[in-house]
Design a protein around this ligand. Sequence first.
Ligand code: ADP
Ligand code: AMP
Length: 215
Amino acid sequence: MKIILLGPPGAGKGTQCKRVSERYGATHLSSGDILRAERAAGTKLGREAQRYMDSGALVPDQLIIDMMMGAISKCAKGYLLDGFPRTVVQAEALDKALAAAGEKLDAVLNLEIDDNVIVDRMSGRRSCPKCGAVYHVSNQPPKVAGICDNDGEKLVQRPDDRPEVVQNRLKTYHAQTEPVIGYYRKVGRRVIDIDADKPMDDVSHAIFSELDALK
Ligand code: ADP
Ligand code: AMP
């Protein structure tokens, strides 16, 4: 299975990718998670990416393309792309690499949601710095407030989930990432719109029905 999840930051891509990955066995590849791991490890890529991420801008295309192509090449059982591609240039590079390898995407899932809902989701998002689990203070709280259910680690708020950065990330999404949906429609990929402004289980159910129908 080779699937792309598109949608604004905070739409629920990561949340749904975990569930899809558990059900179908494809690897969840989140460009944001990979970049945060590079930052935590203090690599050259991580250091270069830092200032873009903290301001809500996109990391330059070529850095991302090289990073993601490397990750994709290791996924023999298929993958769910979360946060990539985020520009038309990245989508074209992915298409070129897939064509060269004789492979094809199964579908693009487009998570649709209004900006005002997103602001609430991002301001309430908390994550575990150790295992990467994602919670929401009211929509998906941990058993003990502020503590990860999996490993007891203290949960943190991502620096780019602060309100002033969220506004920039939304602007970036509308200017640079939304056109990727039009690109995939234009080149004839199967684009499936999903209403993401629903409870998590309802969104998962809608995604599972679409993916089951693809098989
Ligand atoms: P993305 O990966 O698209 O940035 P996340 O999956 O991290 O988004 O979700 C953003 C926040 O919204 C998280 O705190 C998550 O717990 C919460 N969330 C995700 N899906 C839903 C939903 N359907 N309803 C309510 N809250 C949600
Ligand atoms: P995310 O975790 O997907 O919200 O990504 C966090 C940040 O990482 C983004 O705001 C960007 O700065 C950077 N980033 C993640 N994926 C990409 C991408 N495909 N292209 C450029 N920048 C990215």
